[in-house]
Design a protein around this ligand. Structure first.
Ligand SMILES: Nc1nc2c(ncn2[C@@H]2O[C@H](COP(=O)(O)OP(=O)(O)OP(=O)(O)O)[C@@H](O)[C@H]2O)c(=O)[nH]1
Ligand SMILES: [Mg+2]
Length: 304
């Protein structure tokens, strides 16, 4: 199955939520006026894409429909896909394409941080880069072992200390090792924590600050968000962004959820680029995010 098909299959449940309504709406077409636009607005809001993005999309679609006299189902649908893609924050600063680059992965418990680090290490390796992994989750039982399994799968070295060590020291060690080995991509896993836990967020702030100070390469903070958490993901993103200055997000578990629309709410409302999306648990199930492709999979489910 090609990538678009996998994304489209993953977004099936989110799409179902939208297209039932949309198909009825599009059959009638924008010629019915206010009612059409109001119904379109509530359909998009129901799909978790948020009031801000919805308002921008519907206002622009309405203008365009009037200006270009769009009435056909396909025309309106294509314009909706375009405008939805435009509502995402631009993604022109991908830390995984920079060389060299150090990335700290943060997020709530179970979001998919460790898995994502493994997938990215493998991707970087296959592109001929020299990644290295740091295990700064020194808190959760078996976190280090889990990361080592990913390191083996990706054939990438994992720098660690015993459980309970200071996570900032692991970041130090990892950067030391990266310099010695000539690594050009440093991927650091951190312990999951609730965005509402002030102490743990402060600790993470310290880890980020120490890493920035020590690193000779640019340091980026990437938030990993589980799509299935829906609207709560928006709160998580806001808190992590405020506390740490997040550079962008990776949305995991888009496979199967009906809440995939949250990707747009987070990106639009908080002006955060989406760097990657996860659609499964295996090493190849992570791909670069493309706004147009995503929007098309969400609305139409088929390739152009
Ligand atoms: N279906 C699906 N599962 C995923 C995806 N990404 C991660 N997972 C699963 O989510 C679960 C948690 O993943 P982890 O990588 O351990 O999450 P974490 O954020 O490191 O968790 P903590 O370290 O406990 O905070 C695992 O069972 C993963 O296989 C994805 O894109 N799709
Ligand atoms: Mg983890």
């Amino acid at each position: 199955m090609g990538w678009f098909q996998r994304l489209s299959e993953g977004l099936k449940n989110t799409r179902k939520k939208i297209t039932g309504e949309l198909n009825v709406l599009f059959e009638i077409g924008p010629k019915v006026g206010d009612e059409f636009w109001e119904d379109l607005e509530s359909t998009l809001i129901m799909a978790d894409i948020g009031a801000g993005a919805t308002d921008q999309i519907v206002t622009r679609l309405r203008e365009r429909s009037q200006r270009e006299e769009l009435t056909g189902v396909k025309e309106v649908e294509d314009a909706l896909v375009d405008l939805m893609a435009d509502a995402f924050a631009p993604n022109d600063n991908d830390p995984f394409e920079k060389n060299p680059s150090c990335v700290l992965f943060v997020g709530v418990n179970g979001a998919g941080k460790t898995t994502t680090v493994g997938k990215l290490a493998s991707e970087a390796k296959s592109l001929g880069r020299k990644p290295i992994i740091g295990s700064a989750d020194t808190f959760r039982a078996a976190a280090i072992e889990q990361l080592e399994v990913w390191g083996e799968r990706a054939n990438v070295e994992v720098i660690k200390r015993e459980r309970g060590s200071d996570p900032a020291s692991v970041c130090y060690d990892t950067l030391d090792a990266a310099e010695k080995l000539g690594s050009d991509l440093v991927l650091i896993d951190t312990a999951g924590r609730l965005h509402t836990s002030t102490d743990l967020m402060r600790e993470l702030g310290k880890v980020v600050a120490v890493t920035r100070k020590r690193a000779q390469m640019p340091v980026h903070v990437v938030l990993v968000l589980d799509a299935t958490t829906g609207q709560n993901g928006l709160n998580q993103a806001r808190e992590f962004k405020d506390a740490l200055g997040v550079d962008g997000v990776i949305i995991t578990k888009l496979d199967g959820t009906a809440k995939g629309g949250i990707a747009l709410a987070v990106s639009h409302d908080l002006n955060l680029p989406i760097f990657r999306v996860g659609v499964g648990e295996t090493i190849d199930d992570l791909k670069k995010f493309e706004a147009h492709e995503f929007s098309r999979a969400l609305i139409k489910g088929e390739e152009e």
